[in-house]
Design a protein around this ligand. Structure first.
Ligand SMILES: NC(=O)c1ccc[n+]([C@@H]2O[C@H](COP(=O)([O-])OP(=O)(O)OC[C@H]3O[C@@H](n4cnc5c(N)ncnc54)[C@H](OP(=O)(O)O)[C@@H]3O)[C@@H](O)[C@H]2O)c1
Length: 306
């Protein structure tokens, strides 16, 4: 098997591609031939030791994949060799083979391809939990999404529209905003060229959005929060600021997470959501994929195709 390895903490160019022995599943484990792996912003952080999870060196980055079961260990009954599956792992997806605990492996729903299946779990899982469970967005309300053309941002737009909300997308370039519009955004703000607060005010008849989704926490967080509507600003308006940690939610409340994912697979069948894959990279191009993500060049999702 071939694997992209992080052998020392550092920038994407410090990753190396190596040939390793094929994997063998232990009890309760599944070995998967990887057909596609989704790239996420945390992958950029984790290899530089800037993420909350700190794997032991060396490791392969990459937390989500779709592929074909190669072998299963003792006690695994819900999937078998030859099955198409999706897996969500801590790390290890940027490789031609990956090993996952059985509980992290689910059959791939019919009708979707490997790349779409690999690009779905983390961003859509995060945004569903953020927008609906934590933000409590309701039909008829207005949500402002910052970084809206990114992986979690674009997913949030589609989820907001799927439940009948009005969505205002904010991003740094007109090209990114065109992608947001194509995925359903009702109104657009270019925060590099326009005044965010003024535009939000104008687009909401002075009322402000009910929910703001900020996946970045950068310079636009405060101006956005100051423009929130009454219902929802701590102290002055009765608003609240809530945190989101999807990974821990999925571990602590697996049934609720599964229900969220099932709802979104239904929406996918109905054409209400469609993961936007903007670029594909070979395994040896994994450093470039992470550099593009770090440089804000990515729209929607990018995938590694071993
Ligand atoms: N809490 C959780 O459970 C959870 C789960 C998954 C992801 N996340 C976090 O959510 C964030 C977004 O993830 P993602 O996969 O959607 O990433 P992404 O695809 O790279 O999108 C992030 C967007 O943020 C904007 N941005 C603003 N400042 C940036 C900067 N300094 N560097 C990079 N992008 C910047 C960019 O849009 P513009 O150029 O338009 O500003 C970019 O499109 C990441 O911080 C990630 O770690 C959190």
């Amino acid at each position: 098997m071939k694997a992209v390895l992080c052998k020392a903490w550092g920038p994407p160019d410090s990753l190396v591609l190596e040939t390793l022995p094929d994997l063998v599943p232990g009890a309760g484990e599944v070995v998967i031939d990887v057909k596609a792996a989704g790239v996420n912003f945390p992958d950029v952080l984790i290899i530089q030791n800037k993420y909350q999870a700190k794997p032991q060196l060396p490791f392969s980055p990459g937390s989500e994949l779709a592929g074909v079961v190669n072998a299963v260990g003792e006690g695994v009954t819900h999937v078998k060799p030859g099955d198409n599956v999706i897996a969500y792992l801590g790390n290890g997806a940027f490789a031609s083979q990956a090993k996952a605990p059985a509980a992290a492996v689910v059959p791939m729903p019919p009708g979707i391809d490997f790349e779409t299946a690999a690009a779905f779990t983390l961003t859509y899982g995060t945004s569903h939990h953020a927008v609906i469970d934590r933000g409590e967005l309701k039909a008829g309300q207005t949500m402002l999404v910052l970084g809206a053309a990114g992986g979690v941002g674009l997913a949030a737009i589609e989820i907001g529209k799927a439940i009948g909300a009005r969505v205002i997308a904010a991003a740094s370039t007109d090209e990114k905003l065109a992608v947001c519009k194509d995925h359903g955004a009702d109104a657009l703000i270019n925060y590099s060229t326009e005044d965010l607060r003024e535009r939000v005010k104008a687009l909401t008849d002075g009322r402000g959005p009910d929910v703001i989704y900020d996946p970045v926490g950068g310079i636009y967080a405060e101006p956005a929060f100051r423009s929130i509507g009454w219902l929802n600003l701590a102290l002055l308006k009765g608003a609240s600021l809530v945190g989101v940690f999807w990974g821990d939610f999925a571990r602590r409340e697996p049934k609720a997470n599964q229900a969220n994912m099932a709802q979104m697979l239904g929406w996918m069948k109905e054409g209400k959501i469609r993961p936007h894959i903007s670029a594909r990279y070979a395994l040896e191009q994994a450093p470039q994929a992470l550099k593009d993500m770090e440089a804000r060049k990515v729209t929607g999702k990018i995938v590694i195709v071993p």
